[in-house]
Write a protein that binds this ligand. Sequence first.
Ligand code: TTP
Ligand code: CA
Length: 376
Amino acid sequence: MVGKRRLAQRLIIHVDLDYFYAQCEENVNPSIRGKPVIVCAYSGRTSESGVVSTSNYEARKYDVKAGTAIATAKRLLASTDAIFLPMNRPLYDSVSGRIMNILRDHGDVFEQTGVDEAYLDVSESSKGEYSTAKRIGSNIKEIILRQEQITCSIGIAPNKLLAKLASDHTKPNGLTVVEPEQIPSFLNGLEIRKMPGVGKKVEEKLHTSKVKTNDDLSRLSPIALQEMFGRKLGTYLFLAARGEDNEPVQDKELPTQMSRIGTLKEDTRDYDIIRPVLSELTRSLIEKIHDERMNCKSVSIIVILNNLTIHTRSRTLESSVKDLRTIDDCAQQLLREFIASTPEAVLRRIGVKVTRLSKSSGQTDIESFFSTKVPR
Ligand code: TTP
Ligand code: CA
């Protein structure tokens, strides 16, 4: 009987690479290992403005973590020989790409959800056995360590929600299994902000209703939750409090390019008339990039002339980005160059395209779990 039930049940592995950017940096320069390592997202305004992108566990002992202001981090670590480094996205992207290829081979279905995390559905390959899934998990850890010198934390559970909570449970270098009978005790006392889908706003609202832990949450009725958060989010929270989740692991094909194109009010080659149209198209495209949680490495403009010939001009950026300023500047520059180099050209339509897309991580990563499902 038990065997039958187990065959029908899903088995999901969540893999989360430990202090990822900082670990990549330690591998490039092993002499910094053992010291606090802080990877910084410098805003460029002053030499110290910006926030910590991530830090290794030595730095976290001093309460320096993602989101800490760089100036604050410097103060907190003043007594140490901390190493502050700028982000090196190409490095992290290439390590991530190789690790994702390893992971892809270990699941029946594979879904990458960030630069350093992925789900694997191993229901079939483990034949529904937790001991087999655990072996798959250990094997994954060993291979990633051997081939890339990167440690990771793994969660194994009957669904994505619990697998994610499990990988977060023991970090770094953990492997946590939550079998169905362990779900109530595993969720017991869980702080509400740890629940995927609970961002700052939801947390604050729950706190005002004295809901601090998962136990408090599980005492609220579905109706009460729906009244507070609307039907979808309310239902999600009601089920999540019980460890229930049916979201499938899906191998989503990433788009390879995105574009926006528009027709000018009049045929023209006047940069000042075309510029705001192109800017507006770029702004709309950036919104899409943010929604899809992507970065782009290459920007193009598409120009359709009044004789209906189509021309494109492209430029590769120094690193993958998603900020409006960089992409808009690049598109405008391409437009100015196009107009200057084609004296006869009269434009009818203008477009902007981004290519060489990659999945981005970032400040919103944790909150973006289930983002397609949970409305805010
Ligand atoms: P996380 O998995 O959240 O963090 P982490 O891998 O650094 O640490 P942990 O051991 O706790 O898993 O994020 C993955 C990478 O995404 C991280 O190395 C850097 C980047 N990141 C940011 O740039 N800003 C952020 O606010 C967060 C949370 C992550
Ligand atoms: Ca991580």
